[in-house]
Design a binder for this molecule. Structure first.
Ligand code: PEP
Ligand code: MG
Length: 585
């Protein structure tokens, strides 16, 4: 049994088998095996060699048909490696003498061979080394079952174990087959974490060495509340986690808020609690968890993981479907936020050294009106039900907002000419997620209809902490006094200019922060749907006057630790009986 500590990314507990998804440069787990397991490991190698052979012959056939026989001949060298007795005997020798798993033995042998060949000053031998490395990867991929397609055929629900999960991978995974996520890298607002939270799937990220220690199909426990993963748990550990799981279920049942209930504080302040969504399968969650519409629709997911950009018609259908399903509730459609850690396939987006500071979101869109205007037209066309609002991400100053609005106007003009209908009064919002936007919020507020504070980014940019990097995750503090001051000023600028201001960053769905944010004057909170019942229950148990009082105190504190402790204690004092359980939820 091995216990690893990572970053708690999505609450809850999952107990199940590991499903390893990988990249090409995956890490190889090392495991001691017993004498009885030796023959099984050798058999696994033989199977993997046969499967790889079949795979290569298929590729060879295809290339031979498409490009001709001579091109296909390059695979002959690969096939020879698969039959190389010296290599195979070396792997068997290691399995037997060192009693290690086949993946580890095989990768060691491949490395030994390639290193030896690369040492010769001979081009032919160097090429052979590349062949061996390449074929080694193919065999290892079979052994580690690192193959995305297989997941569609599995019967049992699994825990996804991987070094990293790109938003594009996440978008195409069959979520109904997944009970947990565990990754080597990532922070609490990286996109795996966000999707997991939206779907209510327990997740731990930033585990650093998890893939090195996990063999596919092994038992795993993911404790998304504590940020712990247990690999190969003992029977009694499984039992104790099962008990914990039962307790969580009881708490969830106790926090049962009627879906139609409008969240209102004890002293009468109504608050809008809406949902963040990314993917079509999340749509039913909105009604299920009782959200009042959508506060953030991350449309970029429609664009990810595909070779061709979605057409205006395809986008129109997607947006219209959400708007129509949720009518009369409002849907805030955020224009695509690609870049950062969400990439379109090349050639549209080149590689960048600092993508979070680079060609992302509105910057990309303004530089590529050919792509952006297709989306704007689709959103406008979908607005006929008059419940859509549009929001621009990563605005850093007024010029970007003006340029985006100009392009929107161009699209309006085009649609009018074509005789198409759309909502002429569509409301336009700005995400406040760049410090320069927060600091010039008074100017921005004069030229838009609402703000939504994106703290996932606002925190990373104001504290200079990469939100997806587990190494600096300890510095990622939502309650950092600098962040709170920015939030307070943004709210005040919005209200002075008579526009409403919400928050769609993950912070809005955390109990103590939601309390603080209401006290700071926020009008709307938007969050992953499973967080909604708890936040609604909180609102109905507190007074706005208390929240204001707590906020006015902590705004002068100097560390986030003090602020969090104060808020915890404040809420513990005012919440009674069962409601106190909210503090652990
Ligand atoms: C944010 O930055 O807070 C936000 C909601 O946007 P995203 O997480 O998609 O960057
Ligand atoms: Mg953002």
């Amino acid at each position: 049994m091995l216990k690893l500590k990572g970053i708690a990314a999505s609450q809850g507990i999952a107990i199940g088998r590991a499903y390893c998804l990988g990249e090409d440069e995956f890490s190889i787990p090392k495991r001691k095996i017993s004498y009885e397991e030796i023959s099984r490991e050798i058999y696994r190698m033989e199977e993997a060699l046969i499967d790889t052979r079949k795979e290569i012959v298929t590729i060879q056939d295809k290339i031979s048909k498409e490009l001709g026989f001579s091109e296909a001949k390059i695979f002959e060298a690969h096939l020879l490696v698969l039959e190389d007795r010296v290599l195979i005997e070396d792997v068997i020798k290691q399995i037997k003498s060192k009693k290690v798993n086949v993946e580890f033995a095989f990768s060691r042998s491949i490395k030994k061979y390639t290193d030896a060949l690369l040492n010769f000053d001979d081009e032919y031998l160097k090429e052979r080394a590349i062949d061996i490395k390449d074929i080694g990867k193919r065999v290892l991929r079979k052994l580690l079952k690192r193959d995305t397609d297989r997941i569609y055929n599995i019967k049992e629900k699994v825990i996804i174990v991987t070094h990293d999960l790109s938003p594009a991978d996440t978008a195409v995974l069959p979520k109904d087959k997944i009970i947990g996520f565990a990754t080597d890298i990532g922070g609490s607002t990286s996109h795996t974490a966000i999707i997991a939270r939206t779907l209510g799937i327990p997740a731990v990220v930033g585990l650093d060495v998890l893939t090195k220690h996990t063999v596919c199909n092994e038992m795993l426990i993911v404790d998304g509340s504590e940020g712990v993963v247990v690999v190969r748990p003992l029977e009694r550990t499984i039992k104790s986690y099962q008990k914990k799981l039962e307790q969580i279920r009881k708490i969830e049942e106790a926090i049962h808020v009627p879906r139609a209930f409008k969240p209102k504080t004890v002293d009468g302040k109504e608050v809008i609690v809406s949902a963040n969504i990314e993917l079509p399968e999340e749509l039913p969650l909105i009604k299920h968890f009782g959200a009042e519409g959508v506060g953030l629709y991350r449309t970029e997911y429609i664009f990810l993981g595909r070779n061709k950009l979605p057409s205006e018609e395809e986008q129109f259908k997607a947006y219209f479907n959400v708007a129509k399903t949720l009518k009369p509730s409002s849907v805030i459609i955020r224009t695509m936020d690609v870049g950062g850690d969400k990439f379109l396939s090349r050639p549209e987006m080149p590689h960048e050294f600092t993508p979070f500071l680079g060609w992302r979101a509105i910057r990309f869109c303004l530089a590529r009106p050919d792509i952006f205007k297709v989306q704007l037209r689709a959103i406008l066309r979908a607005s006929v039900e008059k419940n859509i609002q549009i929001m621009f991400p990563m605005i850093s100053g007024i010029s970007e907002l003006r340029e985006a609005k100009r392009l929107l106007d161009e699209c309006r003009g085009e649609l009018k000419k074509e005789g198409r209908y759309f909502d002429n009064d569509i409301k336009i919002g700005v995400m406040i997620e760049v410090p320069s936007a927060a600091l010039t919020a008074d100017a921005l507020a004069k030229e838009c209809d609402f703000f939504s504070i994106g703290t996932n980014d606002l925190i990373q940019y104001s504290l200079a902490v990469d939100r997806a990097n587990e190494k600096v995750a300890y510095l990622y503090e939502p309650a950092h006094p600098a962040v709170l001051r920015l939030i307070k000023d943004v709210i005040s600028s919005a209200h002075k200019n008579n526009i409403w201001v919400g928050m769609c960053g993950e912070m809005a769905g955390e109990i103590i922060f939601a309390f603080l944010l209401l006290g700071l004057g926020l009008d709307e909170l938007s969050m992953p749907p499973p967080r909604i019942p708890k936040i609604k229950e909180l609102i109905r148990k507190i007074r706005l006057s208390d929240a204001k009082d707590a906020a006015s105190k902590v705004i002068d504190f100097s560390t986030s630790a003090e602020i969090e402790r104060y808020l915890q204690d404040y809420l513990r004092n005012i919440l009674k009986g069962d409601s106190r359980q909210l503090l652990g939820a």
